[in-house]
Design a protein. Structure first.
Length: 192
């Protein structure tokens, strides 16, 4: 058991029989006679639904011990994504609700941390930012405007908005959860 003020991002807690992953925690101090509040953002690991409860600083919560394994993505079907432990060849089916926004960026052979509770996968620990190649977009235009955007299709099929100066075949950095363009990655020219 921990107090609400001890909650940290990435932890797992059980509340009324449901298991939640802690996505965000904001501790607000109280003034005078007020005790303060802990604002949180949880994700239900079964349904994928978000919940934003508030707790008193001293409110007790049941924290859960998670087992983490580095696994390799193999394939996905209509209900889940299948990962394999490369050392034991053991496979785990992770429900699509748990995988969430990460799914389009999963390609065969990609490694990700899979967190388990009582043998059940409850979370995917995937980088927040990934590099991806643009396969389709309009030709680059070099104008003085940096705030004009166009659609681009990535090698994984995801559509993102990119600045006008980005062209087909270029590699860009994308924020996984939002699909937001961050920057263009310049490939180094090899000298002959």
């Amino acid at each position: 058991m921990i107090t609400a003020s001890e909650l940290r991002n990435g932890m797992a807690v059980r509340i009324e029989g449901q298991i939640f992953k802690v996505l965000d925690v904001e501790v607000k101090a109280g003034g005078g006679q007020l005790g303060g509040v802990v604002k949180t953002k949880f994700q239900n690991v079964t349904t994928g639904r978000l919940w934003e409860p508030h707790f008193r600083h001293d409110e007790r919560l049941e924290d859960l011990e998670l087992e983490r394994q580095s696994m390799e993505f193999i394939y996905s079907d209509s209900n889940s994504c299948v990962f394999m432990n490369p050392s034991t060849y053991e496979q785990a089916e992770v429900p699509r609700a748990v995988v969430g926004a990460v799914e389009p960026f999963l390609q065969s052979g990609v490694r990700a941390g899979v967190e388990f509770f009582e043998g059940r996968p409850i979370n995917i620990d995937f980088p927040a930012v990934v590099d991806a190649r643009i396969v389709e977009t309009a030709p680059p235009i070099h104008s003085g405007q940096d705030n004009t955007w166009k659609e681009a299709k990535l090698d994984n099929g995801t559509i993102v908005q990119v600045p006008l100066f980005v062209g087909p075949g270029e590699i860009i950095r994308v924020e996984v959860k939002t699909g937001r363009y961050l920057e263009r990655i310049r490939e180094r020219k090899r000298s002959a």
